[in-house]
Design a binder for this molecule. Sequence first.
Ligand SMILES: Nc1ncnc2c1ncn2[C@@H]1O[C@H](COP(=O)(O)OP(=O)(O)O)[C@@H](O)[C@H]1O
Ligand SMILES: Nc1ccn([C@@H]2O[C@H](COP(=O)(O)OP(=O)(O)O)[C@@H](O)[C@H]2O)c(=O)n1
Length: 212
Amino acid sequence: MIIALDGPAASGKGTIARRLAAHFRLPHLDTGLLYRAVGAKALAEHVNFEDVAALERLAGALDPAALDPESLKAGAIGEAASRVAALPGVRAKLLTVQQDFAHQPGGAVLDGRDIGTVIAPQAEVKIFVTATPEARAARRHAELVGRGEAVTFEQVLADIAKRDERDSGRASAPLLRADDAEILDNTHLGVEESWQAALAIVARRQGLGGAR
Ligand SMILES: Nc1ncnc2c1ncn2[C@@H]1O[C@H](COP(=O)(O)OP(=O)(O)O)[C@@H](O)[C@H]1O
Ligand SMILES: Nc1ccn([C@@H]2O[C@H](COP(=O)(O)OP(=O)(O)O)[C@@H](O)[C@H]2O)c(=O)n1
């Protein structure tokens, strides 16, 4: 069974993905980490974000087995990730590793922006996780403050709005709900309720004979 979760920043898709993976004993890939790793490398090596060829080289040289989620979750890296993710050449370099992960025997859980539309259009379960920008900003703000970052709610909200616009507006694999994805709007749901709602969607899809 392939479970595809897509949605905007801080909607809680990663939280659900991790729990679904543990519940169904499936491997999980947070695909945002791949773009974050390219963005982080570009920042660290002072690569000009207009230098498309250099960014594509960084994406091509990425070792997906050597990602450090803890450091990659820093606020500034999300913005850099979204910039490099708009480049078709960067996306192309990261395509195979994601498709191979999705199609491993037994299935997988992947979360990102284009899993249900581009990486695994044939996924048996597709969930589009979303919430209002304010709810998402509150979550991300709490997360970043918890990491020790000095950032205001307004800054996080502005960053999320900018990223939403860039991720949805780009020509290459934009953030889009697949036609056959179920929407999970968890604006008014806590982590536990959001998880239960996701589980109910999977059960429904399995009942429809979609999940193997
Ligand atoms: N339904 C929810 N209600 C409140 N906080 C949530 C909810 N889902 C996730 N969170 C918290 O919001 C933050 C972002 O969640 P995460 O799963 O990383 O989002 P995404 O993967 O979509 O960026 C985390 O700190 C997480 O614990
Ligand atoms: N499948 C994916 C995953 C992430 N991304 C990009 O990578 C950025 C960081 O993704 P992420 O999932 O780690 O971000 P958050 O939702 O956790 O804030 C996003 O803003 C997207 O621009 C993408 O384009 N395609």
